[in-house]
Unconditional design. Structure first.
Length: 120
């Protein structure tokens, strides 16, 4: 994993993908930021499939079972910049809790308050 800082206010997910793939943030489409019809997941899946990869969503109740070992993934967490907003970070599941490895927003604490969805 090579930490990549997000380049736009709304491309934290793209920055996390870039970090995991060790490519530039501009090399990853801003699936979530451009989405107006909740089709970002489908678009991201197609883009990853072209690279021989897949996106798997895992609910927080299954994390400790599915994410054993040191497997970096993307966590969807409460954003510290607004109530009800989500933020993507790169993390790992260790000893039944999420641990932040990289927050693409450079000015926030790397403390995980809550994990709802894990993109693996």
């Amino acid at each position: 994993m090579k930490p990549v800082i997000q380049t736009l206010k709304n491309n934290c997910f793209a920055a996390c993908l870039a970090s995991l793939l060790e490519i530039g943030c501009d090399d990853v489409p801003n699936f979530v930021g451009e989405d107006t019809e909740s089709k970002w997941l489908d678009k991201c899946s197609v883009w990853l499939k072209e690279k021989g990869l897949a996106l798997i969503m895992i609910d927080e109740t299954l994390n400790s079972y599915w994410l054993r070992g040191d497997v970096p993934c993307i966590f969807s967490v409460d954003s510290p910049r607004g109530e009800g907003k989500r933020h993507a970070i790169v993390g790992m599941w260790r000893e039944d809790k999420g641990v932040c490895l990289h927050d693409p927003w450079p000015d926030v604490s790397q403390h995980i308050e809550r994990i709802d969805i894990v993109y693996y």
